[in-house]
Design a protein around this ligand. Structure first.
Ligand SMILES: CC(C)(COP(=O)(O)OP(=O)(O)OC[C@H]1O[C@@H](n2cnc3c(N)ncnc32)[C@H](O)[C@@H]1OP(=O)(O)O)[C@@H](O)C(=O)NCCC(=O)NCCS
Length: 182
């Protein structure tokens, strides 16, 4: 049984483990190995601890944990950083540990984040994803449509990114998939 709940500062180490491990796995063919190997659990945990403890309410950070309180995934969301696209909310991060993927956790985190965005008065959302990341298909399964593209440089590598958007979160949460998942 997986539970979705708001993150606390004490989750920072577990969130860092999910973050670093999934980056190394999903971006292995897209980003330089040296940089991925150099990612630090400690620095990443510090970032998330500050994000959760010092800026409560700025980002909505939610974790998924198992019955024995192991954090297996997390998501963060908030106001869109790209207002020009006509979407007021944004899912900034969504990661589920490899061994726990494919069991509905990503979907539960996504819909839970959408509920919190709506609570905050944000009625639509987008997510940016690397064009080469297979998770783009997940967003299509979740009812999003492709709304924009851009080029970014990260660690010296030029990368194509795609934005997927949900123009009406209320309608998305009333879809048969979201109702079945709740
Ligand atoms: C993308 C991710 C969050 C999805 O989480 P998940 O727990 O594996 O997905 P779920 O089990 O909730 O999947 C829900 C549905 O989406 C489908 N789905 C999930 N990943 C998919 C993919 N890559 N391609 C196509 N469909 C996919 C599932 O088959 C399932 O469909 P069904 O209910 O009809 O069987 C997870 O795979 C992940 O963390 N990936 C690595 C990190 C990443 O790329 N994050 C996104 C960065 S923007």
């Amino acid at each position: 049984m997986v539970t979705i709940r708001p993150a606390t500062p004490g989750d920072a180490e577990a969130i860092a483990e999910v973050y670093v491990n999934t980056w190394r796995s999903v971006y292995a063919d897209l980003l330089p190995e040296r940089e991925l190997v150099g990612m630090s659990y400690e620095r990443t945990a510090l970032y998330w601890r500050r994000m959760i403890a010092e800026k409560p309410g700025r980002d909505l950070v939610r974790v998924a944990d198992t019955d024995d309180r192991m954090v297996i995934g997390f998501a963060s969301a908030g106001a869109s950083r790209h207002r020009g696209l006509g979407f007021d909310g944004e899912v900034y991060t969504l990661y589920v540990l490899d061994d726990f993927q494919g069991a509905g956790t990503g979907q539960a985190l996504l819909f839970s984040s959408f509920r919190r965005l709506l609570d905050r008065g944000l009625r639509s959302s987008l997510v940016w994803v690397l064009a080469g990341n297979p998770s783009r298909f997940f967003y299509e399964v979740m009812g999003a449509r492709r709304v924009a593209e851009r080029e970014e440089t990260m660690w010296g590598v030029r990368l194509n990114e795609v934005a997927f958007g949900w123009p009406d979160l209320d309608a998305t949460l009333k879809s048969p998939r979201a109702i079945a998942a709740s």
